[in-house]
Design a protein. Structure first.
Length: 84
């Protein structure tokens, strides 16, 4: 697992991962969720994550939030993924 500081930079890693937290989380969610989340955007602001996009189910929205929080060790400030 990779640990991140509040600015979103990797501080320690057990495996090779991109230095950019936004890129890492975006790629992770796209790989795990595939086309279930559209127009995915991940932002880091003031030490927390903001997720945006569209999902077809509430469960998918929850999975995105759970995995982003688990992998980044940062809180989710807002999950703006719309369920459509």
């Amino acid at each position: 697992m990779t640990l991140w500081n509040q600015s979103g930079a990797a501080v320690m890693s057990d495996e090779k991962a991109p230095a950019d937290l936004v890129e890492y989380i975006t790629t992770l969610l796209e790989n795990r969720l595939g086309s279930r989340v559209r127009n995915l955007r991940v932002r880091v602001e003031d030490g927390g994550l903001i997720l945006e996009g569209q999902a077809s189910t509430y469960h998918t929205k929850q999975l995105a939030q759970h995995w982003a929080m688990e992998e980044s060790s940062l809180p989710i400030f807002a999950n703006k993924i719309e369920v459509r």
